[in-house]
Design a protein around this ligand. Structure first.
Ligand code: AKB
Length: 318
């Protein structure tokens, strides 16, 4: 693999900003171009940054042509909860955006493409415990439908056009450097901010709602490990199941109480409860572990301790 020139689309989001920093460390800041539809905030402003809207197809395609990227990380998407409020736009961005990227990969011979799928691609009749890699997928949200369809498109472009596209089905991602935007698993991020500032949190999911989750450091590691793995090790061209931990609001609250004893959680379930109830409770990621050596590092106690140690300093700095 020669020198890489890397494009990140949707770099301002929760995953994008931390993945961009992971790419800086791996490939050098000068070889990564972070893009989003709005100006760079915080640390992203310290690297190459451009405004780019993947849906403005002509401008997007000329940007790819001009810059001769070798790798594209396409992260721009509308998440599960927001997608239900604006289904037409969610479908347009999540689906057309991906197809424009995959077409550009064929036309301009981009060496590798990364696109995230999600546990949202599963649905109510999917086995809930240890959800297998290959199983029933009957998503109920527009976001989930776009992820399931996107997985099929990735496989199709790989088989028909030889595009080296790689993907992970992320669980809920938890970080503290950027707030999440419109997902069902967002409570597990908001709870840390509220615990520190208010010592209380009103949760929009019921206390025993188990969902698969992952700390952002592990999500960045998984993504870079997958993208750096030799192509012959990648046997799944739709999207890999990936897992680190599963917990419910009651358990994360108990973990936070170990650090902030007077923290209090209350519950007021809203429309996101039905979305969470349709998703797996835990994931079997043995294919990712066997094919390219995936290993997670953070469980719930390690993650909570790390966030509660670092978040105050981070809030003071940014
Ligand atoms: C969401 O809640 O929509 C996302 C996801 C699980 O893909 N975090």
């Amino acid at each position: 693999m020669g020198k890489q020139k890397i494009l990140v689309i949707g770099a301002g989001g929760q995953l994008g900003s931390e993945l961009t920093q992971g790419l800086w460390r791996l490939h050098g800041k000068e070889n990564v171009v972070a893009t989003d539809i709005k100006d760079a905030e915080g640390i992203l402003a310290e690297g190459n940054f451009e405004i780019l809207d993947v849906l403005k197809r002509d401008a997007f395609t000329s940007f790819i042509q001009k810059n001769k990227f070798t790798q594209v990380y396409h992260l721009a998407a509308v998440l599960s909860a927001t997608g239900e409020k604006n289904p037409g736009f969610a479908w347009h961005l999540n689906m057309d955006g991906l197809l424009y990227v995959l077409d550009a990969a064929v036309e301009y011979k981009i060496e590798k493409v990364y696109w995230p799928s999600s546990i949202a691609a599963f649905g109510p009749t999917t086995p809930k415990q240890n959800t297998p890699q290959d199983t029933v997928m009957d998503p109920t949200t527009v976001y989930g439908i776009s992820k399931q369809a996107g997985e099929r498109w990735c496989q199709w472009y790989h088989e028909k056009h030889g595009v080296d596209v790689r993907s992970l089905r992320y669980p809920g991602l938890i970080g503290y450097k950027t707030k999440p935007g419109g997902g069902t698993t967002d409570y597990a991020v908001d709870i840390f901010f509220q615990a520190l500032s208010e010592k209380k949190y009103e949760c929009f999911l019921k206390p025993d709602t188990y969902l698969p989750m992952m700390y952002m450091d592990d999500a960045v590691k998984a993504t870079l490990d997958l993208m750096e793995a030799p192509a012959e090790k990648i046997h799944v061209r739709s999207s890999y199941n990936i897992s680190a931990m599963s917990f419910c609001p009651e358990e994360i609250s108990a973990e936070i109480k170990k650090h902030i004893p007077d923290f209090n959680i209350t519950y007021k379930a809203d429309f996101r409860q039905a979305i969470a109830d349709s998703w797996p409770r835990s994931i079997d990621d043995s294919r990712a572990r066997a094919d390219w050596g995936w290993q997670h590092r953070f469980g719930l106690p390690e993650m909570a301790a790390d966030i509660l140690k670092n978040l105050p300093e981070y809030l003071a700095a940014y």
